[in-house]
Design a protein around this ligand. Structure first.
Ligand code: DQA
Length: 145
């Protein structure tokens, strides 16, 4: 697979967790929709979800040389984790930051992203479509570079 779809804490609860904010589809359903879309664009991806910061860091390190790009929803760690930011900064793989919700329209503590400065860009607010848009953005970026 060319790409990695990486999801952080609590995203395994999609479909059950605050459906008014995050929608009613499970992560597995979203991943399946993404896979169909990726296939139509001639590519594929691996999926990793973890609730553990260290696993996310290890996964980012191991992505070097293995993937052409990463779509990453870091969940709440987006707003707090210098370690994830440094992990992204330590690898030579383009990362697109993904959020289902528009983090800028929510509580002030969600407005800041620690990882944004080390990503190529952020897609937020489009629900599950955010992941599809992130895949398209990554593929366009990879094709150009
Ligand atoms: C989220 C937004 C974060 O603020 C929140 O902690 C999440 C999900 C999103 O996809 O909208 O867990 O990353």
């Amino acid at each position: 697979p060319d790409l990695l779809l990486l999801n952080g804490p609590n995203l395994n609860r999609l479909g059950h967790r605050e459906p008014d904010v995050y929608g009613s589809r499970t992560l597995a359903e979203i991943e399946a929709a993404c896979r169909d879309h990726a296939k139509s664009r001639g590519t594929d991806f691996d999926c990793v979800q973890s609730n553990h910061e260290g696993v996310l860091i290890d996964t980012l390190h191991q992505a070097e040389g293995r993937y052409k790009g990463i779509a990453f929803n870091a969940g709440a760690l987006t707003h707090t984790s210098v370690a994830l930011r440094d992990a992204i900064g330590s690898i030579n793989v383009p990362v697109v930051e993904v959020h289902l919700s528009n983090i800028h329209a929510r509580e002030p503590f969600r407005h800041q992203s620690m990882i944004a400065p080390v990503t190529i860009g952020q897609i937020a607010g489009f629900g599950e479509l955010s992941y599809i848009l992130a895949i398209d953005a990554l593929l366009s970026f990879v094709e150009k570079s």
